[in-house]
Design a protein around this ligand. Sequence first.
Ligand code: FAD
Length: 414
Amino acid sequence: MLIVGAGHAAGEMATALRMNGYKGPITLIGEEPHLPYQRPPLSKAFLSGDITHERLYVKGPAVYTNAAIDFIPNSRVTAIDKAAKTVTLEDGRTLSYSKLVLATGGRPRQLSLGDERVNKAPNLHYLRTIGHVDNMREQFKPGNKLVIIGGGYIGLEVAAVARKKGIDVTVLEAMDRVLQRVTAPEVSAFYQQVHGEAGVNILVNTALTGFEFDAEGKVTTVLTANGHKIPADVIIVGIGLIPNVELAEQAGLALENGIAVDEYGQTSDPDILAIGDCSSHPNAYAGRRLRLESVPSALEQARSAAALLVGQKKPYNAVPWFWSDQYDLKLQMVGLNQGYDTVALRGSPANRNFLAFYLKDGVVLAVDSISRPQEFMVAKKLVAERVKADPMVLVDESQPLKALVPAAPAPAAS
Ligand code: FAD
């Protein structure tokens, strides 16, 4: 069993295979120097310096050793030969497989401003790996001026950590509000206000047009279409992810906004599976193919694929969910809100904890929970069960949400 990539999905796949009783050799090949680690803290507790590298690892080295899982770090797989059932590593080595799992994740979308100095500037950073954070650490210090390009989750999480450290922060967002792609205007307005109160300068409707550089190639100033000239010591770009599908593409596997797999993680080749951020799967809840970028889906897809490889069929059919931590606030989101016609707020943004229900024709499509983790658990059920709910009931805090969850069918009499 060869697993290409050693991220969250790959690590879970390897250990789940052993838990399921798989006895053959398992090898994880990762281009980073690290065992599988958690990326969410990279824009949260690891960036702030509250936790060290060791705390990022999903499992300690002994777990892999004891489970006889071989790990080849610092090695990029450059090609797959489907007919010979081999992969080639960057250093020329060839490894054979009986089953191959692609867990190659994605890489940050880069700025494309037609100026080759941009992505070489030593103070312009992307954020996906431990290495990226280590590189920016020196510049991420009190008193420095940080400009964040992109008002999505990662940009806003970085802004929150930076403000707590006493860094001067400006966020550039090209759309008319932050988190525009994923939340309702009410939730965006709440986050804009929270960040504004913390001293973050958020500029919406503001497209980046370029930079000014010093003689060493460092960015000194950020330029916008509205004519802003923003002085900067450090720039962090969070404008999305490109799935790493090139290996699969070169091997002729079917692609569809990611490596196309079925509900078990099977690609168009019977001996190759794909899991995590690089894959797109038919999602029963959404009724269409989805490529998700979240830890819960990476883990669950890995478990489903690991089951398939020991002859069990456990389709991945979870309802997508995600979380984001900013300041003292825990944002949890479940479902997909596309096409909603009504937003109902339970609780008040002024109290810094509330729920936003997204409904279409009365059906709860999705819920955002801001620091209401217990009600979020109930909200997950409402979304999964596609409950039809009266918005007046949803907003009425005297009525428990639990009452809206359909009762489980009684067990059949024997
Ligand atoms: P990855 O974790 O990207 O792992 C893929 C690995 O494969 C990488 O190490 C890559 O280098 C390696 N690789 C790629 N190609 C090759 C090759 N050819 N040869 C060898 N190795 C290769 N999700 C949440 O649910 N909640 C959050 O709050 C959250 N916050 C995040 C914050 C940040 C800053 C980031 C970057 C991500 C965050 N995510 C969050 C997303 C989450 O981390 C990803 O969904 C998850 O890591 C996906 O796991 P994966 O294994 O599919 O891919």
